[in-house]
Structure formats: structure tokens, C-alpha cells
Design a protein around this ligand. Structure first.
Ligand code: ADP
Ligand code: MG
Length: 594
């Protein structure tokens, strides 16, 4: 048995024994920790992993609590029916809110969540039939089989059953195809979209999931306390949940529970001790929390889990599949692409223009690419090469002109849709997720080649397709020479290797058109030779390659044709020998010196 599993079992045993040996008061505290953990797990997924900050999670807790309070006390529903009702209502509200707020970017999103968080809170306080500030009393206790959960001790197991369930589901989810897409959301969407990830969809998914666990927590809360009023669902509490997620950090799923424990215990303790110290009553703990939050954000943004991970075996490495054929036969097959015939017209760039304000970064560029060729795109810094890449891959829209791929106009498509059509790319400024392992970064590239949604992943029903994705990622990494670093964090690789990682990521997409933006920058001579060999082999397999590169020896020996740009203009097009003899090119590169 590995250390990781041993630790989980020990934690589980501790959870089971705890209520039997500790005081009634401690059990109550543990129940609150469990309830807060559920919400914090959602916050951790949403904010820590997905990078979406919500200041409104407490309102979803309120939705769960009020739904069951109203339905049980006023309509006589059984609590076990109010749970699905609450979840359904929360899902509806969350989808509606997602529709209006998730479009917001930057700090507008948190501000948006504050707005609806406050709105829902006032709804609870002011709608007739919800009891105003006094709330609703007489919420019935929960019943499991014939057993009424009257005491905190009895309730404990139910709360923690759901916490453990949520932890396992989220851990499974994060370690899967949709999970990698979710983990790729943070830090800009360009890379994820270029791998075919529908980032808007996955933002909505984590928003929904975090709302649902919050609702579950509220339902449990209502039946534990047996009455509800608006105060526990205010924005203050939302901030505390967020704080718990920040304390825990996003690196480990358990972080949310640790954060919830630290904050709940600390709050209890501060509420005890502060009024005595200051000789006045009031919610002074809020002030201390505020200060702590600022300190934490300055000193330990990754939360306290990375610290704990030094002493405890918390890290569960990705299981890397073997490459032998026998093992691969059991995999679910990955989607493969029908290849264009050699010589078929693949890409047409027609008079493409891109302006940035007054600057014309790309000015009427036209060229075509045929299947199976390597086209070099060269030019001094600032010539517009990377911008042209962005225009072809849908990251930017052209100000004028057209881009056609196999007879279809693609310049109005999103980059995700262009990826779907078999175009993969690397970035001049590498775009990877430094904390994720090398193999997981590369596996993002295969996103479109397998199916599998969030529920299947949470239930671990995706193992065959997952194995084939990781096997493909490994195969491409071996191919580019990174087979020895599958499990190290991508950010720890030297920059040259990070570029090569991006090549492997693009290859896992099984592209027919590959766009490489300065892939050889930072490589040593031998590594460049290896890259050139790889590109030639890919061409042999029918992959068409558009390559930006500054190293003239590298380019001239590799490419079939060249396009030369300067200040956004296309100054020459032709075979390497023609380009080398072209006066305009010599002028551009040597500034007119003979
Ligand atoms: P290259 O890749 O050939 O070095 P780029 O395409 O990166 O050149 O840049 C071409 C020109 O466009 C440069 O002058 C650059 O400053 C400008 N540029 C590129 N992207 C943007 C942007 N998003 N906003 C404004 N100017 C940009
Ligand atoms: Mg560039």
C-alpha cells in the first residue's frame, strides 16, 4: 500500500473515531467544520483551481437552507425530497447568474458576484413567507431509515459522509480530461482555447458545481440547527469561505478542509478571547481575519498545503501508462484525423491586414500552403509574424482580408473551432501551466480527441479513455526527447524544453497544420538538430508546418519555401535560394550593407 493511501485511511479512521471520544462541544465544532468544508471545496475548485473569484457562495448556502425550510415547514415535504428540489433550484439560479456574470472578465467578475450575493441575501430577508430577520423555525430533523438525527453526534456522520464524497469526486474530476481543462482555465484562456477547450463551458461547470455543494451544505445546516434566518448567508460569510479556500490553497483537494478547520477553530477561539482582551463585545474576529487575509496574500499565496506536503505524502503522481502495444490495445481509441493528400491546397491567406490602433502590424499578407510542405516565416523582430499566427489561429480577427482552410473560410471562427479543424500551434511566449506536470500539460493538447464529461470523470468511469490520452501524451513527449521528465512540474524545465513541450502538446492534437512560433529559441546545437529531424519526419507523415525562426542556418536547411516580412509587409516569397539572393531581404537583414 502506498503512503498516500495509508494517509487517507488514517484520516478516515480519525474521522470515524473522533465523535466517539471528543466532547459534545467539539462535535458541534466538527460539524461546523464539515459544513464549511463543503462550501470551501466548491470555492477551492472555482477560485483556487479555476481562477474565478466569487463573493457570493454564502447565498447558495442560503438557497439550500431556505428551500428545505420552506418546503418542510409550510408544505410538509420530506427533507430527502427537498434536497433534490434545492439542488435543482440552485442549478437554475446558478446557470442564470453564470449567464450574466461569467462573461465579465478581470475584477468585474468578483464585483458581479458581490452584487448578486447581496441581492440574494436581501431576498431572504425581505420576501414574505421567509420570516424576515427572525427567519423560519421548526425545521424538522433528518431521518435516516427509521433513525432520527437529533444530536450533533448523529448528524456528524452524515455531514462528513458528504464531505468525503465531495473530496473524492473533486479529486477524481481534477485528474481527468475535463479536470485538466478546468486547471488550464487559470492564467488566460488563449492556450486552452487553442487546444480546443471550451473555456466558457468549463467556467460554467465549476460555477455550477461550487453552487451545488454550497446548496448541499445549506440543506444540512438547516436540519442541523433546525431553523434558518438570513444572517449566515451574508457576504461576510462568503468572504470567510473564500478565505478558507485561500488558506488551503489550490494545490491539494484537502486544502479546503484544512482551511475550513483553521478558520472555524480560529474564529471560535477569537470570539472567546478577543472580547475579554479588549473588554468590549463585538465581532472583532472579522478584523483579525481581514488582517490575516492580507498577510496570507502577501506571504503565502499558494496556501498552507504546500507546507504540509513537505511533511506528509499528499502528492499523488499521475499514473503514467506504459507504451507497449499490449497495454495500448485496451485503450479507448483516440480520434484520428483523415489526412489531406500531399500537394492539396491546405491554407490560403488572402490580403490579411491587422491594425492595432494606428499601427498596421500585418499589412496585406498573402500566401498559400500545400499539404506536406514546411513554410518558413522570417523577418526582424516586430515584423508581425506572431500577429499573423494569431490571425490564422483565430486568437485575433483580421481587420481585413480572409483566411481559408481546405476551402472553408476560417477567419471569423473562434480559435477553438479552428483547432477542431486540425490546426495546432505553439506560442512564442510559452503558455503552459507551470505547476502541472509535463505529461498533464501535454495531455491538454489531446482534449478534442476524446470525449468524457464531468460526471463520468468524478465517478472514475473514464479510465480507459484517460489511459489512452496519457499514453498519447507520453508517446509525443518521448518523441520530442522529453520522455525522462514526464512527472516534473512543467515550470521547472529550462525555457528551451518548455518550447519543445509545446511542440509535443500540439502534436497530441494530431494536427494537419502545425504552426510553430520560434520553437528553436533557447535550444543548443544538438537539440536544434533533433528538432529539425523531428519536423522533417512529421512532414514525411503528411503534417504541414508553418515555422517562425530566426536561426537562418536552421531555417534554410529545413523549409521548402519562405515568406519574409518586415514592418508588417510581405517583402519576399520563394525558395530558400531565391530568398537568400533577394536584394530586399538582404537590405532588411543587413540594413543595406553589401
Ligand atoms: P514578430 O512576431 O514578428 O516579432 P509581432 O507580431 O509580435 O512581431 O508584433 C508586430 C507589431 O505589432 C509590433 O510592433 C508589436 O508591438 C505590435 N503588436 C503585437 N501585438 C499587439 C497588441 N496586442 N496590441 C498592440 N500592438 C501589438
Ligand atoms: Mg513573434
Amino acid at each position: 500500500m502506498n503512503a498516500q493511501r495509508l494517509l487517507s485511511l488514517a484520516a478516515l479512521a480519525l474521522l470515524v473515531i473522533a465523535p466517539l471520544v471528543v466532547s459534545e462541544f467539539s462535535v458541534t465544532l466538527l460539524n461546523y467544520i464539515g459544513l464549511a468544508s463543503l462550501v470551501a471545496i466548491g470555492c477551492s475548485l472555482l477560485t483556487g483551481v479555476g481562477g474565478l473569484t466569487s463573493f457570493g457562495q454564502a447565498a447558495f448556502v442560503g438557497l439550500g437552507a431556505y428551500t428545505t425550510a420552506v418546503l418542510t415547514t409550510q408544505f410538509g415535504w420530506s427533507p430527502w425530497l427537498t434536497l433534490p428540489a434545492g439542488l435543482a433550484l440552485t442549478a437554475m439560479v446558478a446557470m442564470l447568474l453564470a449567464l450574466i456574470t461569467l462573461r465579465l472578465s478581470g475584477h468585474f467578475l468578483p464585483v458581479g458576484t458581490i452584487a448578486w450575493g447581496i441581492s440574494l441575501y436581501y431576498l431572504f430577508a425581505n420576501v414574505d413567507g421567509l420570516g424576515g430577520q427572525t427567519g423560519i423555525t421548526g425545521v424538522p430533523p433528518l431521518q435516516v431509515a427509521d433513525h432520527v438525527l437529533n444530536t450533533g453526534r448523529e448528524f456528524y456522520y452524515l455531514v462528513w459522509f458528504f464531505v468525503v464524497l465531495a473530496l473524492i469526486a473533486v479529486r477524481n474530476l481534477l485528474d481527468s480530461r475535463p479536470g485538466r481543462a478546468i486547471r488550464a482555465l487559470r492564467g488566460g484562456i488563449t492556450m486552452a482555447e487553442s487546444c480546443g477547450v471550451d473555456t466558457q463551458h468549463y467556467r460554467a461547470v465549476i460555477f455550477l458545481l461550487s453552487a451545488l455543494v454550497a446548496c448541499l451544505s445549506g440543506w444540512l445546516y438547516a436540519h442541523l440547527i433546525r431553523f434558518v434566518n438570513p444572517s449566515p448567508f451574508s457576504i461576510n460569510l462568503s468572504i470567510e469561505y473564500l478565505f478558507m479556500a485561500v488558506i488551503g490553497g489550490a494545490s491539494h483537494v484537502w486544502g479546503a478542509v484544512v482551511g475550513a478547520t483553521v478558520l472555524t477553530v480560529l474564529k471560535q477561539w477569537l470570539q472567546d478571547i478577543l472580547p475579554r482582551l479588549i473588554h468590549a463585545s463585538g465581532n472583532f474576529e472579522t478584523i483579525v481575519f481581514g488582517l490575516l487575509m492580507v498577510l496570507l496574500l502577501q506571504r503565502a499565496r499558494t496556501g498552507i498545503m504546500p507546507l504540509l506536503a513537505r511533511f506528509l505524502p499528499l502528492d499523488r503522481p499521475v499514473r503514467v501508462p506504459a507504451l507497449d502495444a499490449g497495454a495500448a490495445r485496451q485503450d479507448a481509441p483516440l480520434g484520428a484525423r483523415e489526412r489531406p493528400l500531399a500537394g492539396e491546397l491546405l491554407l490560403e491567406v488572402r490580403d490579411v491586414v491587422r491594425r492595432f490602433g494606428g499601427l498596421v502590424a500585418v499589412n496585406r499578407i498573402s500566401f498559400e500552403m500545400r499539404a506536406g510542405e514546411i513554410l518558413g516565416l522570417i523577418g526582424p523582430n516586430g515584423a508581425g509574424k506572431s500577429t499573423l499566427f494569431n490571425l490564422i489561429t483565430g486568437v485575433l480577427a483580421p481587420s481585413a482580408g480572409e483566411v481559408w482552410l481546405r476551402g472553408e473560410r476560417i477567419d471569423r471562427l473562434r480559435s477553438r473551432q479552428i483547432a477542431q479543424r486540425g490546426v495546432a500551434r505553439t506560442f512564442q511566449h510559452v503558455q503552459l501551466r507551470p505547476a502541472m506536470s509535463v505529461i498533464e500539460n501535454v495531455a491538454i493538447g489531446a482534449h478534442l480527441r476524446a470525449g468524457g464529461g464531468v460526471i463520468g470523470a468524478a465517478l472514475r468511469l473514464d479510465r480507459r479513455s484517460e489511459a489512452s490520452i496519457l499514453r498519447e501524451a507520453r508517446r509525443q513527449l518521448e518523441r520530442v526527447g522529453l520522455g525522462a521528465e514526464l512527472l516534473v512540474p512543467a515550470g521547472s524545465l529550462p525555457l528551451g524544453s518548455q518550447r519543445i513541450l509545446e511542440v509535443a502538446r500540439a502534436l497530441t492534437a494530431d494536427p494537419m497544420l502545425l504552426l510553430l512560433d520560434e520553437p528553436a529559441a533557447g535550444l543548443r546545437y544538438q537539440e536544434k538538430r533533433a528538432l529539425a529531424d523531428l519536423l522533417l519526419r512529421l512532414r514525411g507523415e503528411g503534417v504541414t508546418i508553418l515555422l517562425v525562426e530566426h536561426d537562418m542556418d536552421f531555417v534554410m536547411n529545413l523549409v521548402d519555401r519562405l515568406v519574409v516580412m518586415q514592418f508588417g509587409e510581405q517583402i519576399a516569397t520563394g525558395l530558400p535560394a531565391q530568398i537568400q539572393a533577394d536584394p530586399a531581404v538582404i537590405e532588411a537583414y543587413l540594413g543595406g550593407v553589401e
